[in-house]
Design a protein around this ligand. Structure first.
Ligand code: ATP
Ligand code: MG
Length: 141
């Protein structure tokens, strides 16, 4: 599936995404500045996250929460950009997030490819014009 979106339509793109994609673990790839954090922010807000969503580049893992059917669920937002190798990602506790059964977004998943569960949904983001981004979902290379 592919979604093309501008920044002002990203909320709509996020709703279309959740209507069509079933999954818990999302590996979000794209060049530096492609819009990974921006799209993850839109996906979190579409789920009902009220707290600010921001890049966990320094903290490695951010945790947000949303309420669904009266139950509070966590969402984990992981950014592996600063991680040296898989061992460092393991030490940071990312497996606990990935296998918790909760929604996880992973920026720079290429840093720890073997840690991703088999049912990971891949999202590739690329610039498709000055103000647009193309989101390719589950396109295996
Ligand atoms: N759909 C879009 N259309 C136009 N501009 C966008 C879109 N999405 C994001 N941008 C812009 O592109 C920039 C990229 O921001 P963002 O931090 O989301 O990238 P990133 O891929 O997470 O970067 P990093 O690799 O540093 O984590 C922002 O300035 C944002 O406003
Ligand atoms: Mg980012």
């Amino acid at each position: 599936m592919q979604i093309k979106t501008t920044l002002d339509k990203i909320g709509e793109a996020a709703h279309i995404f959740w209507q069509n994609i079933d999954g818990k673990i999302f590996a979000v790839e794209g060049d530096m500045g492609a819009g990974k954090t921006t799209f993850i922010t839109a996906l979190c807000h579409a789920k009902g996250v009220k707290s600010p969503v921001s890049s966990p580049t320094f903290s490695l893992i951010n945790e947000y929460s949303y309420i669904e059917n009266g139950v509070t669920h966590p969402i984990y937002h992981i950014d592996l950009y600063r991680v040296k190798d898989e061992q460092e990602a393991i030490n940071a506790g990312i497996e606990d997030c990935l296998y918790s059964g909760n929604i996880c977004f992973v920026e720079w998943p290429q840093k720890a490819p073997h840690l991703l569960p088999e049912n990971t949904v891949h999202i590739y983001i690329e610039a498709s014009g000055e103000n647009t981004r193309l989101l390719k979902i589950d396109f295996h290379r």
